[in-house]
Every structure is written in structure tokens, then in C-alpha cells.
Design a protein. Structure first.
Length: 113
């Protein structure tokens, strides 16, 4: 799967994690997008506005550039990819900074059995 949102960047392949797409700015900053994070991003695009989707992608690029080495992960406590000197950011880290709040409706029933 190609991550068209990041097509302007040079691709980076991490041999230890070939399933995780990596990208590099011309100035050297690198970032990786784990598959589960990308699934969240694509699902967001389907459920919310195109404008907010593009704001999120722009913010991801800004954060990656500012922080130099970033891994966008589904769960920072259990990342798919482990790399020293990288900052781990979850989807809500990006959306919350833009004041886009997503309600988690996947929790179990409050009524029990």
C-alpha cells in the first residue's frame, strides 16, 4: 500500500521492520507510520471531513519536521517498531493538538450481561 499523503518524501526502509513505511525530509528528518496508525488515519478520512483529514496530515508533517525523528504508532506503550532516539506519537496526540476530539465508541456495553 502506498501512503499517497507522504509521496513528496524520500522513502526509508527499516530492514528490521519492513512493514512500517518510513519517510525522510530533504533536510534529513525521518518519520515512520505504523500500519495501525495509518488505518486510523484512513478511517478518519472516511468518517470525518476532508478538511480535518488534511489538517491532520499537515500536522503530522509539522511534528515530524520539528521533532526530527518520529514514529506514529497505534499504542506508544506497545509499539510495533522499536527505535532508539525516536519520539512515539499516537493518533490522538495529533488530533488533540488540533482540537479535533474523537469519541471512542468501541468500548463494551455499560449494561453488562
Amino acid at each position: 500500500m502506498n501512503y499517497e499523503e507522504f509521496s513528496e518524501f524520500e522513502k526509508v526502509i527499516d530492514i528490521a521492520n519492513p512493514l512500517v513505511k518510513g519517510f525522510k525530509f530533504k533536510s534529513g528528518e525521518t518519520f515512520f507510520v505504523e500500519p495501525a496508525f495509518y488505518t486510523q488515519l484512513v478511517n478518519f478520512e472516511e468518517l470525518y471531513t476532508s478538511e480535518d483529514f488534511h489538517r491532520i496530515v499537515k500536522k503530522m508533517k509539522e511534528l515530524a519536521f520539528e521533532r526530527k525523528r518520529v514514529i506514529f504508532t497505534y499504542d506508544y506503550e506497545n509499539p510495533f517498531m522499536l527505535k532508539d532516539d525516536y519520539i512515539y506519537l499516537e493518533f490522538t496526540d495529533v488530533t488533540d493538538s488540533l482540537k479535533i476530539f474523537i469519541e471512542d465508541k468501541s468500548r463494551g456495553s455499560d449494561y453488562g450481561d
